[in-house]
Structures are given as C-alpha cells and as structure tokens.
Design a protein around this ligand. Structure first.
Ligand SMILES: *Cc1c(COP(=O)(O)O)cnc(C)c1O
Length: 477
C-alpha cells in the first residue's frame, strides 16, 4: 500500500485553525525550524481511506480470534467504555477540590476493595501504568519493608526459570540480584532447589501460579512457607488472573504482594500501546510503603492520602490511569462474584477443550489438564518436516487467526502457547481447532506451503530482528 507521503499532492491541503486566542511569541534564535514542515497534503477523503486501509492491516480482538498466551486478549464489553466515558469521570481534573471529586475517589476506593477481595490482599494502589511497572512497585514494597527493619543483607530475589521475562528485569531494576531456579519436569517449582536457594540473603520470591506453562503448582503453600521461614516475602505475578479469579486467592496461597494487569484480566483493550494499569496489591504489613497518593475513605468522606513517612514514593503523576480502573470496576460490577468465578471456569474449560481437540495432532509440552492456557511444542515436527512453531503461527494468519504466543516460555522448545479466554464461543474454538488441524495435515502433505506462509498478507515474512532493532520510523524524502 502507499504511504501517506506518497499520496501527497502539493497545495492540496487546507488548514482551518481556530483564531489564536493567546499572545503570539517568537521562539528564540536557534530553536525555531529553518525549513517549512513537510507534512503530507491530502484531501479528507484520501486520508480517511488511508487510515481505513491501515486499520485493515491490523488484527484486533474485534477482528477475530486472538489466542495470545499469557496476554489474555479477551473481548472487552463496550459497556466498560460507556462507563469510562461518563462526564463525571472524564471532565474532572486531579487538582480540583476533593469535595468535588467524591464520586471519582469513591470509585477508586471501591475498585480497591473489590480487587482486594478477589486477590486476598488488604490494600492496593493504582499508580503503576503497566504490568512491569506494577512488578517494579511490588518489588520496591518488599525492599522498603526490609529496609524499614534495618535488614539490609537481603540482596536476592528468587525467580523460577519459567517466569515471565519482566520478573527478573523488575527485580534487577530494583537493585536485586536475581537467583534463577530450574523448574521440575511438570514445569513447577523444584522444592529441593528452592530450599537450597533460600537463605539470609533472600529478599523474596517472584512467582505466578498457574505458572507460565499453564500448570497450577500444587505445592504452593509449601513454597511460600519456605520463603517466609527464610525471612523473605512472596510476590505473585497476577498479570493473568483469568484461571483463578473467584476460585482461589493469591493472598490465601501465602503471597504478600501482587500486581494485576487490569488491561488483561479486567477487560481493558491492550496491545496497541494504549494506557494500562498494573495495580499493585499487598497485605497490610506492606500498606505503609505503598506509592502515594492513594484514595481512602475517612468517615463518610473520600480523600487522597498524599503523605506517609514510609511510602517508597511516587510511580506516576496523580493516581495512575484512572479510566482503566473505571473499566475494571465496571467489569467486576457487571459480572459480580458469581460471574467472575464463572469467567475463570469458562476460561479454563475453553483451554482444556482446545487442548483436548488438538492432542492427537500436536505434541503438548505438559499433557493432562491445563489451566487457562496450554503449550504445544513443535520440536519434533521441526525435526521431521522442517515446520517450526513460527511456521505454524504464520500459517494461522492465513486462517484469520492471530498467532499464539511463540517461543515462550523459554523452557519449552519450539513453543506455541494458546490462551483462548472465556469470551470465545464453542464455534470459534471449533474453527480454530479446524484451522490448526488443517495446518497439521498440510505439514505432513505439503510442508512447503506452511513454511512459506502467510500467503494472504501485504507482506509475508519481514526480517523480525531488523524490524525490532532498526525500524524505519520516518519517511525519507
Ligand atoms: C503481560 C505480562 C506482564 C507484563 O505486563 P505489561 O503490561 O506488558 O508490562 C508481566 N507478567 C506476565 C505473566 C504477563 O503476562
């Protein structure tokens, strides 16, 4: 397709700007541009078509199935957007008098209460803007806690090798040394290796359960106890709560701190770089260290707590991405306690259904039952037919399906990680199963057709390393 600059025709543009109602100032010498800005000049009709064409090249949840494991690309009910668009939420300013913000503050307090109920935590802050940001906040809480006790010898955070890559990165950013422990053959924590790793220098453990291979670690109570007995705290990566919400609570599994991706589990569209929320929740022993400001209830009024001696500081301006919290609140209130539990159960059912329907033609990395996602390994297919996880993923694009997560978790070779989510119908799952079975058959009969996929897209196989490392982000005239 043509770029917008290639559609440009000189003198086509017509700019109608409102009268300037502030005093004009001249920029200091050296700061003003010396050449006119070379903006593309196109008519409204052309620009409208241009963006529509671009939009057609993208694939979102509104276009079709998007089983991106670990990312929970569920359908987001439009009522969430309606609630977040209410004027009482959008036409306010964080610095206006708190007496005029009571509804917004109440919404924050109520969101905190409900999400704490779901996670088994005591308090929560909505400052962090994304999952990894929330992880960093959680680790900072652990750090502030140990420091407040004068316990400075705890310099290590234990992270299993199955963890999401952001976990070791967050621990490292907070100044900790990461100790990686290998998983056992079911992808779970190896208790003996954990026992050997903990000690007086352990600040904490970072874990997600179910883990990144979609397996619920049955030894969880023993795991968190081992860390507690060594004087460390337990951190739960709750980016994806889809498997357990309304069923079990990290707080009851022995976790002291958690982050949630409201933009995954709690139904805010994500993936395009839009605003997110990495809400960070904690047990009361960590509450004094939470980032501020935080909305609290004081008698029958709501107010902002802006100062606390022990708070580790601020992560973001004001209270984080407020409207994302409103969407999560709407989601929780519309589903209710029963609905939240049912959503998790259907998410797990859908994943098990797909896994079962595919088990005779794809090798499962961890056969048996899964939680909300499952991992296939194409290692043998690659050896036998030369068809890799990447090839199968690319081939799915031709079937109108977004590829699953590829090559993650790292402990599974040629991994494809599928997370159907609870919002997909049985018909959609059946279509996806049929597509994957079709690709499996093609792999045996006509491997070349899979290896050269996709065949239906404007471009087929970009050099992904080049695209990531040296993207061309500006037009060269
Ligand atoms: C997505 C994800 C994160 C990071 O969330 P971002 O919002 O992308 O920063 C962390 N942990 C897990 C398990 C995730 O799936």
């Amino acid at each position: 397709m043509k770029l917008i600059f290639e559609r440009s025709v000189a003198d086509r543009a017509l700019t109608l700007l409102p009268e300037c109602d502030v005093e004009k100032t001249v920029l200091p010498e050296g700061m003003a541009r010396t050449q006119a800005l070379r903006l593309p000049e196109v008519g409204e009709c052309d620009i409208s078509r241009h963006y529509t064409e671009l939009a057609k090249c993208a694939h979102g949840v509104n276009d079709g199935f998007y089983p991106l494991g670990s990312c929970t690309m569920k359908y987001n009910p439009k009522v969430n957007e309606q609630a977040a668009a209410l004027e009482g939420f959008t036409e306010i300013h964080p610095l206006q008098p708190q007496s005029t913000l009571q509804g917004a503050l109440k919404a924050l307090v109520l969101s905190e209460e409900l999400l704490c109920e779901i996670t088994g935590m005591d308090n929560m802050s909505f400052q962090p803007a994304a999952g990894a940001h929330g992880e960093f906040a959680g680790i900072m809480l652990i750090k502030a806690y140990h420091e407040s006790r004068g316990d400075t010898k705890r310099t290590k955070i234990i992270v299993p090798d199955s963890a999401h890559g952001t976990n070791p990165a967050s621990a490292n950013m907070a100044g900790y040394t990461v100790v990686s422990i290998p998983s056992n053959e079911d992808g779970c924590v190896d208790i003996e290796k954990l026992k050997a790793a903990v000690g007086e220098d352990t600040a904490g453990l970072m874990l997600t359960n179910p883990n990144t291979v979609g397996v619920f670690d049955k030894n969880i109570l023993e795991i968190t106890k081992i860390v507690h007995e060594a004087g460390g705290l337990n951190y739960y990566d709750g980016a994806n709560l889809n498997a357990i919400m309304g069923v079990v609570r990290p707080g009851d599994m022995g976790f002291d701190v958690i982050h949630l991706n409201l933009h995954k589990t709690f139904s805010t569209p994500h993936g395009g770089g839009g605003p997110g929320s990495g809400a960070v929740g904690c047990k009361s022993l960590l509450t004094p260290f939470l980032p501020l400001p935080r909305a609290i209830k004081n008698g029958d009024k709501y107010e902002l707590l802006t100062e606390s001696e022990l708070s580790f500081g601020r992560m973001k301006e004001f209270y984080g991405n407020f409207l994302v919290v409103i969407k999560a609140l709407t989601y929780v209130l519309t589903l209710g306690a029963e609905g939240i539990r049912e959503a998790a159960q259907i998410a797990v059912l859908n994943a098990n259904y797909m896994m079962h329907e595919l088990a005779d033609c794809y090798e499962m990395a961890y056969p048996g039952y899964c939680m909300h996602e499952f991992v296939m390994t194409l290692e043998n297919t690659k050896k036998q037919y030369g068809v890799s996880a990447m090839d199968v993923a690319k081939s799915l694009i031709d079937h109108g399906i977004h590829p699953p997560t590829m090559y993650f978790p790292l402990i599974v070779h040629e991994a494809l990680m599928v997370e159907p989510t609870e919002t997909e119908s049985k018909e959609t799952l059946d279509e996806a199963v049929a597509a994957l079975r079709d690709i499996a058959e093609m792999t045996v009969n006509n491997a070349e057709a899979v290896i050269s996929a996709p065949h239906t897209t404007p471009i087929s196989r970009p050099d992904e390393v080049m695209a990531a490392r040296s993207p061309k982000l500006r037009y060269e005239f």
